[in-house]
Ligand binder design. Sequence first.
Ligand code: ATP
Length: 293
Amino acid sequence: MGSNNDISLKALAKINLGLDVVRRREDGYHEVRMIMQTIHLYDRLDIKRTKEPGIQIQTNLSFLPVNENNLIYKAAKLLMDEFSITDGVSVKLDKRIPVAAGMAGGSTDAAAMLIGVNRLFSLGLTKRQLMERGVQIGADVPYCIMRGTALAEGIGEALSPLPPMVKCPVLIAKPSISVSTKFVYQNLKLDDTTIHPDIDHLIDDIKAKNLHDIAAHMGNVLETVTIPNYPVIDEIKKHMLSNGAVGAMMSGSGPTVFGLFDDEDTAKKAYKAMRSSHLARQVYLTSVYNNRK
Ligand code: ATP
């Protein structure tokens, strides 16, 4: 954990077990109903309090911004401005969560930074107060502070905790294509022909802790846009299913696909098969994280 002047935190990724878009609002935002689930795939943030003012960011990924465009910077600045902090912070970000992938990577880094700055400078903010500040950075940030299994409504910021999802291995595969979130939402057709996932049914399955039913009722309405445009997403899903996944789906606006497994050995074999398939460059075997602390 470090001394009073430094702290090391894990920023955990999420998958969506369900993602529905209910309607397009007049202001251009989309009203969603999503089932969020934290997984044990994480970035690490080593945060230090410094005498020199300012926010310094270093990262292992050279293409990520290290200036005010990094969500970590925004998170630090928000609290440092509010509490008139004159010392500085430096952060070393070890990035493992696929970037621009539908896994809330930037949001979870921002969430960890809010938690870190709150502790390092003894600001005394509660989790709820940090979540209130988080939404100013991004709709997913409050959830990333809360973690676990949750229903997210509104633009994603209105959270209702759900009972923890049954623990299981999760295979993650991100193909090396980029999918723009804007493109996906702009091309989403919401009409009578749209097939929406049954989020309420999925919530019942989560409560019943039935992995096979969860897998059967998972659904992501954004796949109606991404799968026809990026067939590799469907190829990865099929690859996971034919290698024993009980369910496989795209997370968020993609292009990452996750697969749920009911036993570790099958998951390990599927992981190896995916790695040698060349369908995806970033492949991880992880698990559901449901410790809401
Ligand atoms: P979401 O699941 O919330 O849609 P995402 O997986 O699509 O998130 P991110 O990985 O959060 O997307 O990053 C999207 C963009 O944000 C990147 O292209 C990157 O330039 C920028 N960004 C800013 N800060 C970060 C950060 N700390 N980590 C990753 N990307 C960041």
